[in-house]
Design a protein around this ligand. Sequence first.
Ligand code: NAP
Length: 293
Amino acid sequence: MSNSNDQARILIQLDPDKHPSVFDRVVAVDAGVDHLFSYGNVTPDDVQALVHGAIFTRGPEALRNTAVFIGGSSMEQGEALLEAVKSSFFGPFRVSVMLDPNGSNTTAAAAVLRVLEGMNGKIQGEDAAVLAATGPVGRRVAMLLAHLGARVRVGSRQFSKSAALAESLAESTGKVFLPFETSSDEALTEGLDGTEIIVSAGAAGITLLPFRVLEKRTSLRVAIDLNAVDPSGIEGVKPHDKKAQKDGYLAWGALGVGSLKMKIHKAGVAQLFETNDKIIDALQAFELGQKLG
Ligand code: NAP
C-alpha cells in the first residue's frame, strides 16, 4: 500500500506482442508499482473488457491508483490500442495511460532534449535530419523536432518510404517534412547538405552514416546516434559519448542518451498515479524530461 487512499498502485500492461515486454515490466516495478497485470497479444477488440475491469472496480476518487501502460514493438498497434482505451472511458470512469512502444516516446524525448542541450536551447528554424525516421523512434524524434520549430528532413533507404512518412507526419502535425533517401553516399550527402542536427535512429548494429560522408558535414553542430550495438549508426560516435566534442560538433551515443530515457520512463509511470486523467504520449514524455533535466 503506497499511495493516497491506502490503495495499492496497479499498472495494467497492454502489449500487442506475444510476450509482454520484460523491459517495461522491470521499469514498472522500479517505478514503484505495487501490482502489475500484464497482458500479451492484445488487440483493440480485447481492450474494452480489460479497461472496464479497471474502471468499474474502484470509486472515481481511487481510480488514480490504477493506470494503463501500452508497450509492444509496433507504434501503429500501440496507437490503435491507445485509441481503443480512450474510447472505453466515459465521464469520470477513466484511468491515466502511457504509450511507449519499444521505448519510442521516451527515447525520442531524451534524444531531442540532448539536441536542445547541444544547440543551447535553440533549434527554431535550424535544419535537422533524422536517419531511419521510418522506425518508431525516428518518427517520434522527427515529430518532436518539428514541434520545436526545426526544419526536419526524414530519411529512409527507400525514397518512397520517406515520402510516405513525410506526408503522414505532415498530416498528423500540420508541419512540413522533407523526405530524402539514404541508400548511397551521393543521396546521403545531398540529403544531409546544410544540416546542423543529425539524429540516427536506425536498426541495431547498422552504420547509416559512414565517416566518409560525415567528414564533409561542415554545418553539423549536434549528432545523436541511438544505436547501442556495434558498429555505430554514425561512424565515429560511440555508445558512451555524452556531449563529446568531435570535429566541430557535439555527439551523444545511445548510452549517453539512455540514462535520461530511463529517468523519463520511470517518472512517466510514477506520474500516472497522480491523477486518473493523464495521457502520456511523445509530447508529454518530452515535457516530463524537460523538468527532469
Ligand atoms: P527499428 O524499427 O528496428 O529500425 C528503424 C529503421 O532502421 C527501419 O525503419 C529501417 O528504415 C532501418 N533499417 C532496418 N533494418 C536496416 C538495415 N538492415 N540496414 C539499414 N537500415 C535498416 O528501430 P527503432 O525501434 O525505431 O529504434 C531505433 C534505434 O533506437 C535502434 O537502434 C534501437 O536499438 C535504439 N533504441 C535506443 C534506446 C536508447 O535508450 N538509447 C531505446 C530504444 C531504442 P528504412 O527501411 O526506412 O531504411
